[in-house]
Ligand binder design. Structure first.
Ligand code: ADP
Ligand code: ZN
Length: 515
């Protein structure tokens, strides 16, 4: 029986810490009693210690599967600094070094061995139930096609449990939605895995979503009172990071663009300047932020919508690490959804990615507490609204949108369910657009019947109808709109529709057209 005293003593002795972080002790105890487990802990939560400490206490070597060869050396160096014998094994090493590692494994000179999933096959013949203490799988979401970073080399990790049924397998990740969590357990063949779900709630982050129109003036207004604060603006493309950074500079802000197209030297210089408060604002693609340790990032803006909630969560999570209030702002535009859809169409695991994008979109369009929606996604349920998001601060107002919805549905029908949102809005607003006239749409009964509603608002209302399941968008067919059975109930059976009023939100002055 291992007592708390023993683990706490070792925690102090080898790592110099006085107490455990949330979940660490429970995970360690599970591993010490030979249980499989799945641990989801936010970045910086202290995952490594959860397998490093038991590795010291159990006989044999802990095999740690880690995808990033670059980080392995750092981890092993850190262990050495704490006096813990460890090594790594991967394709960047010479044959001689690899053989030396294998010899150390045979002679049981090391307590932890880090290995890249691609190199695991070479290692397997040297492992048996007597010389291995546990398997720790870092970044375990990589095993699942549902995860946001699927890596084929991970799929073979499923054989570990089959080959070594008595060795505990511990899967660790910082982000996995509920579907991914289930899939990890399935793929690793650890159906009885104990789940340790650390809270994902970052209460100090204010969550806000605004329509993605007229973004620059909105950003300038946002920044005006934050001159001394550090923040990151995420964009979808390299080019937009540069143009936006230039515009900010032209408006008197100190900003730098950052993306994977810059050379290594310049990138590390920009990072350094940011970390050391010389450059307060970074306009970046998602290449920026990984491994950056800066606690006083006060805000994160998403100029474009991220392609899934995992990415969004990770990116906003770079702000407010010091637990002081931080602001996050996501600009949501339908044009971004269309663009992201196009990217995804060309990707191999299209189906999963589309499902994830849809969840992201639902989050952006949520009319109730954003934090509830966000945490739900990761399987965490909070019982009360957060009070620290836009929807909690200014709840949307609803109005009876039945008549408007009927007009929209009728127009969709008259357009033979063959036109995208842009044309539908034009028809309802009585546009004089040439293409519309060519097709004779000016003769449709509902032509011009919603001309009092601004273009973008009308587009938003139609998106709400899509989200309520009244209309369907066929993205892969030029975004044409179709009526669903629900639409027929509204048209012919007097069914009522509630829509969220857009009057309370900031009024965009410019139009952003999506065709
Ligand atoms: P993760 O892998 O979850 O992102 P790490 O394992 O790298 O996080 O841990 C993040 C930091 O927290 C490290 O600097 C680690 O030394 C520190 N840490 C881990 N556990 C504790 C603890 N119980 N008390 C204090 N610091 C800890
Ligand atoms: Zn809320």
């Amino acid at each position: 029986m291992i007592t708390t005293d023993t683990t706490t003593t070792l925690l102090k002795k080898h790592f110099g810490f006085d107490s455990f972080r949330p979940n660490q002790e429970a995970i360690i105890n599970d591993l010490l009693s030979g249980k499989d487990l799945l641990a989801i802990m936010p970045t910086g939560g202290g995952k490594s210690l959860c397998f490093q400490l038991p590795a010291l206490m159990l006989s044999g070597t802990a095999i740690v599967i880690s995808p990033l060869i670059a980080l392995m050396k750092d981890q092993v160096d850190a262990l050495h600094a704490n006096g813990i014998p460890a090594a790594f094994y991967n394709s960047s090493q010479s044959i001689d070094t690899q053989n030396e590692v294998l010899q150390n494994l045979r002679e049981q000179n090391i307590k932890l061995l880090y290995v890249a999933p691609e190199s695991l096959n070479f290692l397997l013949p040297h492992l048996n139930e007597n010389n291995v203490s546990l398997f720790a799988i870092d970044e375990a979401h990589c095993i699942s096609a549902w995860g946001h970073d699927f890596r084929p080399a991970y799929t073979q990790l499923g054989k570990l449990k089959k080959q070594f049924p008595n060795i505990p397998v511990a899967a660790f990740t910082a982000t996995a939605d509920v579907a991914t969590q289930d899939d990890i357990v399935k793929q690793l063949h650890i159906p009885k895995a104990q789940k340790h779900l650390a809270s994902f709630d970052r209460k100090n982050l204010y969550l806000e979503v605004r329509p993605g129109t007229n973004r620059l003036p909105q950003i300038l207004r946002f920044l005006r009172n934050r001159k001394e604060e550090s923040g990151i603006i995420y964009c979808l493309s390299r080019r937009s990071t540069e143009t936006l950074a230039e515009k900010l500079v032209a408006n008197g802000f100190q900003a730098q663009a950052y993306h994977a197209g810059l050379d290594t030297e310049e990138r590390s210089r920009i990072q350094e300047d940011f970390v050391n408060d010389r450059t307060p604002i970074i306009v970046a693609t998602i290449a920026f932020g990984m491994g950056i340790d800066k606690s006083n990032v006060r805000w994160v803006i998403h100029y474009n919508m991220p392609k899934n909630i995992e990415g969004y969560y990770q990116e906003i999570g770079r702000s407010g690490r010091d637990s002081l209030p931080a602001q996050t702002l996501l600009f949501y535009s339908f044009a971004d959804v269309v663009k992201l859809r196009q990217f995804i169409e060309e990707s191999p695991n299209r189906e999963f990615q589309l499902a994830k994008l849809e969840r992201m979109q639902q989050f952006a369009e949520a009319l109730s507490c954003r934090r509830v929606a966000l945490l739900n996604y990761f399987g965490e349920h909070i019982s009360e609204d957060c009070g620290n998001c836009d929807n909690c601060k200014t709840p949307p107002q609803f109005f009876d949108g039945t008549v408007l919805t009927q007009k929209v549905c009728s127009a969709v029908y008259r357009l033979s369910e063959n036109e995208p949102v842009g044309m539908l809005v034009d028809v309802l607003r009585g546009s004089k657009n040439a293409q519309l006239y060519e097709k004779g749409y000016q003769n449709i009964k509902t032509y011009g019947t919603a001309k009092d509603i601004p273009w973008l608002d009308l587009q938003q209302y139609i998106i709400q109808m899509v989200n309520q399941g009244i209309l369907e968008i066929r993205f892969h067919e030029k975004g044409r709109l179709l009526l669903t059975p629900l639409a027929k109930k509204i048209l012919f059976e007097g069914r009522k529709v509630k829509l969220a009023s857009l009057q309370t939100k900031e009024k965009p002055a410019l139009k952003e057209r999506v065709e």
